[in-house]
Design a protein around this ligand. Structure first.
Ligand SMILES: CC(C)(COP(=O)(O)OP(=O)(O)OC[C@H]1O[C@@H](n2cnc3c(N)ncnc32)[C@H](O)[C@@H]1OP(=O)(O)O)[C@@H](O)C(=O)NCCC(=O)NCCS
Length: 146
């Protein structure tokens, strides 16, 4: 799989495939409008593709705090268990090269696979927020030092 970082998110011809992955595989997807209203300068989008986009991750960046907030990550089911750690390693390397020293994220307490993935990558639990999501699910806040 070919991994790349997209700095011009809104003009990328790959964006519609990213949005489709978000809608198909994220528990709390964004509307088309939320995607199209994104502030490009403050975000970073990584994609993994063969013929089609099969993986993406979206970060919100706080340069002043050297903090990258992982908003979304999807690896298509056909690719899960195979490429995700390499995909994430590429993101860590890129963020480190840009001066970021922490990745922060929230994950639903019910998403056991994602939690196992983050723990495997070295993320540590910061705290648990009860009834964090619109459906009442609680969230775990996790952080990784780069
Ligand atoms: C989250 C995601 C990117 C992780 O990628 P992945 O390819 O599934 O991750 P991996 O297979 O490398 O790692 C997941 C780990 O969880 C384990 N696992 C699988 N199902 C599990 C379950 N139900 N409970 C606990 N652990 C589980 C796997 O065995 C694996 O551990 P291992 O490598 O030690 O065997 C991917 O699952 C995904 O896109 N999910 C849908 C979207 C999503 O939920 N995104 C995260 C939102 S916060």
């Amino acid at each position: 799989m070919k991994f790349q970082v997209l700095t011009s998110i809104l003009s990328s011809p790959l964006l519609s495939q990213v949005i489709a992955l978000d809608h198909n595989f994220m528990a709390y997807p964004w509307s088309e409008k939320q995607w199209r209203d994104i502030d490009e300068k403050g975000h970073l989008l990584f994609v993994g593709q063969r013929e089609h986009v099969l993986a993406f991750s979206l970060f919100h960046l706080s340069s002043a705090e050297s903090l990258a907030h992982l908003l979304k990550i999807v690896v298509a089911p056909t690719e899960q268990g195979q490429v995700s750690t390499d995909f994430f390693a590429m993101q860590e390397e890129y963020l480190r090269s840009q001066g970021f020293n922490r990745i922060y994220l929230e994950v639903s307490e019910s998403n056991l696979r994602a939690q196992a993935f983050y723990r495997k990558l070295g993320f540590k639990l910061l705290h648990r927020a009860k009834s964090y999501y619109s459906d009442g699910a609680s969230a775990l806040m996790m952080e990784l030092s780069l």
